[in-house]
Design a protein around this ligand. Structure first.
Ligand SMILES: Cc1cc2nc3c(=O)[nH]c(=O)nc-3n(C[C@H](O)[C@H](O)[C@H](O)COP(=O)(O)O)c2cc1C
Length: 211
C-alpha cells in the first residue's frame, strides 16, 4: 500500500458547542477519562512544542503528570534542550492524539516551573531506577558512548546506596497555563468538528473553527 493511500474515514462521534463544558479543563477531563476507558496506549503522552527566542521550533513527546485549573504539568531536566528553550521563551504548545477516539487536543500557553516541593513530591513517586537516572543523565547533551551512562549509574548508586535518592537540583516540573485549548473530533468527509476555547479575562470564549 502506498503511503498516500493510508487514510481513515472518521465517524465515531461529534462535538457540539451546545453540549461542551464552558470550561476547557472540565472538557479535557471528560476526554482524558474517555481516552483511558478506551485503553489508548499512554493517553498522557503529548507532543510539547517549544521555540528558541528567535523562533526556531522543536517538538518532542513528554508525559502529562497532572492537570487542573492552574494548568498542565510535565517533568523534565531543566538543563535539556526544552528546558533551555522554555527558560528563554516560556511560550509553548501541547498536542494529544487519541486515534482510537478520532480525537486531537491542542493547548497553547505559557509555562512556569512547578515549586520545588511539587517537583519533590512527584520525584518521590518515581521508581528507584528513574530517580537514579535523573542524577546520571544531563539530558540533551552529546555523550561519547552508552558506556559513560552505565559507569555514571554505578557512581550514582554508590553515592545513593539506599532508596533515599533526593530530587536533583536540575530536575522538576513545568506547568503550562492554557491560553487556548482546541478539541478536534474527526468527522465524515474531512468536515471535522473543531471547538476552541480562548481565555478572555476570567472567562473562556468558545468558538467553532472550520476544519
Ligand atoms: C512517550 C514518551 C514520553 C516521554 N516522556 C518524557 C517526559 O515526561 N519527560 C522528559 O523529559 N522526556 C520524556 N520523553 C523523552 C522526550 O521525548 C525527549 O527525548 C527528551 O525529553 C529530550 O528532549 P529535548 O532534547 O528536546 O529537551 C518521552 C518520550 C516518549 C516517546
Amino acid at each position: 500500500m502506498s503511503i498516500a493511500d493510508i487514510r481513515r474515514q472518521y465517524a465515531r462521534a461529534r462535538l457540539d458547542e451546545a453540549h461542551v463544558s464552558p470550561n476547557p479543563v472540565a472538557e479535557f477531563d471528560r476526554w482524558f477519562n474517555q481516552a483511558q476507558e478506551a485503553k489508548v496506549l499512554e493517553p498522557n503522552a503529548m507532543a510539547l512544542a517549544t521555540a528558541t527566542r528567535d523562533g526556531t521550533p522543536s517538538v518532542r513527546l513528554v508525559l502529562l503528570k497532572g492537570y487542573d485549573e492552574r494548568g498542565f504539568v510535565f517533568f523534565t531536566d531543566y538543563r535539556s534542550r526544552k528546558g533551555a528553550e522554555l527558560e528563554g521563551n516560556p511560550r509553548a504548545a501541547l498536542a494529544f492524539y487519541w486515534g482510537e477516539l478520532e480525537r486531537q487536543v491542542r493547548i497553547t500557553g505559557t509555562v512556569e516551573r512547578t515549586s520545588a516541593q511539587e517537583s519533590e513530591a512527584y520525584f518521590r513517586t518515581r521508581p528507584l531506577g528513574s530517580r537514579l537516572g535523573a542524577w546520571v543523565s544531563h539530558q540533551s547533551r552529546v555523550i561519547p558512548s552508552r558506556a559513560q551512562l552505565e559507569s555514571g549509574l554505578r557512581e550514582v548508586k554508590k553515592r545513593f546506596p539506599t532508596d533515599d535518592v533526593p530530587l536533583p537540583p536540575h530536575w522538576g516540573g513545568y506547568r503550562l497555563r492554557p491560553e487556548e485549548v482546541e478539541f478536534w473530533q474527526g468527522r465524515e468527509d474531512r468536515l471535522h468538528d473543531r471547538i476552541r476555547y480562548v481565555r478572555d479575562g476570567e472567562r473562556w470564549r468558545v468558538e467553532r473553527l472550520s476544519p
